[in-house]
Write a protein that binds this ligand. Sequence first.
Ligand code: G6P
Length: 610
Amino acid sequence: MCGIVGYIGQKQSLPILLEGLKRLEYRGYDSAGLAVLNEGKIHILKQVGKIASLEAELTGSHMPGVVGIAHTRWATHGEPNQTNAHPHCDCTGNIALVHNGIIENYNSLKKVLTDKGHTFRTETDTESIVHLIEEFYHNGTSFEEAFRSALLEIEGTYGITLISRYEPDRIYCARKGSPLVVGIGKNEYFVASDASAIIAHTRNVFYLEDGEIAIVSREGFITKTIHNKPVTKKVEKISFDLERIEKAGFPHFMLKEIYEQPQTVADAMRGRLIEEEGVSKLGGLTTILHNVLRSRKIFITACGTSYHAGLVGEYMIEQYCRIPVEVEYASEFRYRDPIIQDDNLVIVITQSGETADTLAALREAKRKGATVMGIVNVVGSTIARETHGGTYIHAGPEIGVASTKAFTSQVTALALLTLMIARTKAMSAEEGRQIVKEMKKLPEKVEVALQTDKLVAQIAREFKDKRNFLYLGRGYNYPVALEGALKLKEISYIHAEGYPAAEMKHGPIALIDDDMPVVVIAIHDSTYEKIVSNIEEVKARKGRVIAVVSEGDDKLNKLVDYTIPIPTTLDLLQPIISIIPLQLLAYHIAVLRGCDVDQPRNLAKSVTVE
Ligand code: G6P
């Protein structure tokens, strides 16, 4: 989704802005632009498409200047074209502004401002903000007051960064619902919507909270609320290394992240398993432990891949903790007025910690009195800060838009939680020890599952031109089927559906013919015999079957077109291994089709609008 970078210091801003934009490319965008202030003038450059197209525009011109802002846009209001790309200017071109989020009352603002003589040039909601600031400023207030007054008038969400000719040595920033981080260098400052854009320059940062503004100059910064109350910010250190956001020799971030999984699964468990007692310990839950353990009902709410991890969590928690669990898309949960009681626990799962629907669901759950815990990857993200307690999955930055390592780490965290709760209920120490033992073997088994890569690439070649895929699984592997299908459609643009295998006969079976690949997760678990029957049903209709099977299971070789053998584990942990070949299958098919795996069309890594 949209990204922001800003710079003020002694150096030329252009290369810093362009580099920052490139680091934000992974978030998903359709156009980009930047504004640099030099000798009292603002120079603007915008372009549709990749940052490379923006750079191409620059040939010959260097856009000098030591103050600048830049933006990657993911269109919400107005199609992706050069005009609608940010930065946007007021009538005089004296203010340039970039914005993430959505201004909900932009239509009425636009009308009022147009009546007052402002000329709008774009179809965006953002443009209303910059004219509104101009309006207040021309009514005789200070620039800062004009900025704050405008913020008080706008409804919706924003992360805003602006430069102006009126105060050429300052960058103004504001946040409500859309993250902004300020990086502190030596006589230089950076602003970004995502720390990865500035980590090459500084690790010392502070995060703006909702309702706060920052006025940044070369000499320092002022932070206050939009109501003009001073705020003191705590400077924090970003802990991840630059190499975690680089490709490290892999052709794509997605492949790198798929291959990181033995490590990231181990990182999610590190220091959290006590083998002798057959139990897990999650430090981030200490303050809410009582409520977590005594909860009589659990809601899990999330979006996309995180939602699929939540479905696995439902199976685990109900099986081992005997607590009823309801899993719901955050976008539905937030609006349907769910019945939540104060002994209910709401678990929000999110990689980015910024997903707008998940954040709203969290706030709704809190309002209704539930204890809310997070399973979050990005440390310090909004959701991580707003939950009552939670656990970080420690997967490190996930850059590939198609989520991979976050999923396996989320499922690992859910297994830790299940174990922790179950051991205070009916689970024996012996059973707990068995789970701990199996969890410890996971990184090695994920490593073995990755060795299917060559075989999967070969299968991908055969099926890359198909237009539809069906993914089937049962029990714990049903959410894996959903996730496998999501991976494929996200990055290869092939239509794919995931289904509980037995449900196939209630509809999707009508689609099956000799042109329909069906990916079946047919692990030797408690549902094995039943899934074999489902495969028979597909084969009877000449469907082509790619089966993910248990190592050593030769029985299916004759029945299906391809088998992909992987290691097995306890049913509750199996999704962490079963998903690996499906991630690889989606990856290889997308690459063979020439798709941009790391920046698939229309998608955003972090969806900060609803
Ligand atoms: C976007 C991403 C998905 C992700 C979903 C939820 O749609 O493209 O990969 O699963 O958001 O994101 P979250 O950060 O909340 O896990």
